[in-house]
Design a protein around this ligand. Structure first.
Ligand SMILES: *Cc1c(COP(=O)(O)O)cnc(C)c1O
Length: 382
């Protein structure tokens, strides 16, 4: 199996699995049981991970709130801030290309009486900073724009947008799932108020993530129960996964320059190979804007994405079309629609996302497979 779908999820590093192991067996204490040594041991592990994660993104440990993943972090940031600030205003600004975890949460808030402006994006998936600023008014309490898009890989100028939001008295949230652990992220430098992350997108375990909540800001909690996570998120902490998440983020951040260079090299090999063998391919979203390393969203106009995915799967190669969460529905991806990719391009677009464990042999294998599949398809059509 050759795995080229890292925007959907990434494998856990062996060191991450090793770091987690004791917390599932011998060190199984509950971090809330401070009155005995087993509990304190778990608490120490959780707090050490919290400080480590904070320092890797320019935050302090007590600004990190552990969640079950980025879906929950997005829900907590948006619903939590909207309900906490409802007396100050009921307007939220976002964009059409957000992940479903943001879009569906905003739709829920619209049902609760909040008003949401969804900004249009250009062919690269970028909103215009002018439109963004113009959309914010007296009633605007919050803006939410992702750090990097999970379907087309475009990186957004988060710091600039956060400054605009603050200039008009609104808070700023970013879903940074695709950026964290892959490109530099610093909450102090960018000035964001809330930031969502998910461990399984940066070589950590699934089912764990965090929300950065700038010190002093209030959020209504989604879960009621214990006083864990400073009251923002009740429920016994997932000690092993929290330790695994911190280990994974540390390892990815320490090797970031090396990883980016490796992914850029493989991406060039892939795109050179595609350029050599295939005519008329289109790269939706690609232009001047910076893109996530290792990311290739590409359309082979003579093939359907669904067919390509299936044929590649038969050859033991995993890639995606559109969002992974959408793989059962053949509708055109909302992101490709938003960038005006056109129906034919959208229907034939696959997403090849390389990871740090991929090699140039993997790239050669997918190039050969694509060549065989595309040639066969063209022959069938005459
Ligand atoms: C994967 C992803 C999510 C959801 O994260 P989970 O931890 O799997 O819930 C949210 N936003 C983006 C941009 C993603 O890529």
């Amino acid at each position: 199996m050759i795995y080229l779908d890292h925007q959907a999820t990434t494998p856990c590093d062996a060191r991450v699995v090793e770091a987690m192991a004791p917390y599932w067996s011998t060190q199984f204490g509950n971090a809330a049981s401070r009155h005995h040594a087993m509990g304190r041991e778990a608490l120490n592990a959780v707090e050490e991970a919290r400080d480590q994660i904070g320092s890797l993104i320019g935050a302090s440990g007590d600004e990190i709130c552990f969640t079950s993943g980025a879906t929950e972090a997005d829900n907590l940031a948006l619903k939590g801030a909207a309900f906490a600030l409802r007396k100050q205003g009921r307007h939220i600004v976002s964009q059409r290309t957000e992940h479903k975890a943001v879009l569906d949460t905003l739709a829920y808030l619209e049902g609760c009486g909040f008003e949401v402006t969804y900004l249009d994006v250009d062919a690269e998936g970028l909103i215009s900073p002018k439109d963004f600023e113009a959309a914010i008014h007296k009633e605007t309490i919050l803006a939410s724009v992702m750090a990097a898009n999970n379907e087309i890989g475009t990186i957004n100028p988060i710091g600039e947008l956060a400054t605009f939001a603050h200039g008009h008295g609104a808070l700023f949230h970013t879903d940074a799932v695709q950026a964290i652990g892959h490109i530099p992220v610093d909450v102090r430098a960018s000035g964001v108020d809330f930031l969502s992350a998910s461990a399984h997108k940066f070589n950590g375990p699934k089912g764990i993530g965090f929300l950065f909540i700038r010190k002093g800001l209030k959020l209504d909690s989604l879960l009621d129960g214990g006083q864990q996570e400073r009251g923002f998120r009740a429920g016994t902490e997932n000690v092993a996964s929290i330790v695994g998440m911190a280990t994974a983020l540390k390892s990815n951040c320490e090797c970031m320059d090396k990883n980016i260079a490796h992914l850029n090299k493989l991406t060039s090999l892939l795109r050179d190979g595609i350029g050599k063998f295939f005519k008329g391919v289109v790269y939706p979203g690609v232009g001047e804007a910076p893109q996530l390393p290792g990311f290739t969203c590409v359309s082979f106009p003579t093939c359907s994405a669904e067919g390509l995915l299936h044929m590649l799967d038969l050859k033991g190669i995993a890639v995606s079309a559109g969002a992974a969460c959408d793989s059962k529905n053949t509708q055109i991806s909302h992101v490709l629609k938003a960038i005006n990719a056109g129906k034919d391009v959208a229907r034939s677009t696959i997403r090849i996302s390389l990871g740090i464990e991929n090699t140039s042999d993997d790239v050669a294998t997918i190039l050969a497979a694509l060549r065989a599949i595309v040639c066969a398809t063209e022959k069938l059509r005459g």
